[in-house]
Design a protein around this ligand. Structure first.
Ligand code: AHM
Ligand code: MG
Length: 329
């Protein structure tokens, strides 16, 4: 089952569908294949390094994340199905010119985990898709919508294999690129996250600045008082890879607020929302420390939020700690 056939099957269940979403998705898939190939060749092709450097032929070398952004922007515009694009790499949103405009808004991080690029650790692309509310000229309000309004979300991980995980709002499915065919094949149908996990994933180097509930939670992971075994710590520092492991093995991924970053680090539109959408679709939960992550209404395209996501029971525990703190305040 290729991803194309999978999406066409989904489309045939919706008689009103005219195939626009399938076309959009095929352009996203093309972008992922292109970036995957660039990531694999990065060392050879000298794509590692700083943007703005010139190579021996005097051509400007593009850093992988700049290249990936260009690839996705071009792929999305040329689909003819998008109207607003928000990328982590671009300060401003891109409004597609009217002749190429469609009804979808795509928010994305073209290459997340950039600190891992130069050492060959897994990195990825994250994306979320909204539809414009009606037929007006698109405005930023079309993307400043809560994550629960997303139609679809996914990520592609460039790791030991290239894996695309997608939800169109009815479960989560994983596809692996078969390089000999150049096709993504359904390898992980209907992914469900274990209800409770044995792994926690957080940058503990920030511990001295954490708030009470995060500190208590991590302490409980290491020194459980209920007779259970301590949890294992796994932290790659690439959200796509850390979330992918969490989705498959269960557990919790945390990027909390701290005294230095009161809103955490991760961006609401193209990191927190797509991953929260996938988690909920797989039976897990996602929480900001105050509310369900997908209920957040962003006011700026690059807004950040603390995030706790993963297995249902594990997120329930951190929610209880925040609720207790609220009660005692
Ligand atoms: P980036 O978008 O600049 O690559 O930063 C996002 C990344 C995530 O992939 C990862 O979860 C996080 O930053 C790691 O941050 P830290 O190095 O502070 O632990
Ligand atoms: Mg990022």
């Amino acid at each position: 089952m290729t991803i194309t056939r999978f999406v066409l099957n989904e489309q045939s269940k919706r008689p009103e569908s005219r195939g626009d979403f399938t076309i959009l998705l095929s352009h996203i898939v093309l972008g992922c294949k292109f970036v995957c190939s660039a990531v694999n060749k990065a060392g050879l092709a000298k794509l590692i390094g700083l943007a703005g450097e010139t190579n021996i032929q005097g051509e400007e070398q593009k850093k992988l994340d700049v290249l990936s952004n260009d690839v996705f922007i071009k792929a999305l515009i040329s689909s003819g199905r998008t109207c607003i694009l928000v990328s982590e790499e671009d300060e401003e949103a891109t409004f597609v010119e009217p002749s190429l405009r469609g009804k979808y808004c795509v928010v994305f991080d073209p290459l997340d985990g950039s600190s891992n690029i130069d050492c060959g650790v897994s990195i990825g692309t994250i994306f979320g898709i909204y539809m414009v509310k009606d037929n007006h000229a698109p405005t930023l309000d079309d993307v400043l919508q809560p994550g629960k309004n997303m139609l679809a979300a996914g990520y592609c991980m460039y790791g030991s294999s290239c894996t695309l995980v997608l939800s169109t709002g009815s479960g989560v499915n994983g596809f692996t690129l078969d390089p000999s065919l150049g096709e993504f094949i359904l390898t992980h149908p209907d992914i469900k996250i274990p209800k409770k996990g044995k792994i926690y994933s957080v940058n503990e180097g920030n511990a001295k600045n954490w708030d009470g509930p995060t500190t208590k939670y991590v302490e409980k992971c290491k020194f459980p008082t209920d007779g259970s075994s301590p949890k294992s710590l796994r932290y790659i520092g690439s959200m796509v890879a850390d979330v992918h492991r969490t989705l498959l093995y269960g557990g919790i991924f945390l990027y909390p607020a701290d005294k230095k970053s009161p809103n955490g680090k991760l961006r609401v539109l193209y990191e927190v929302f797509p991953m929260s959408f996938l988690m909920e679709q797989a039976g897990g939960q996602s929480f900001t420390g105050k509310q369900r992550a997908l209920d957040l209404i962003p006011t700026k395209i690059h807004e950040r939020s603390p995030i706790f996501l993963g297995s249902y029971d594990d997120v329930e525990e951190i929610k209880a700690l925040y609720a207790a703190e609220q009660k005692n305040a």
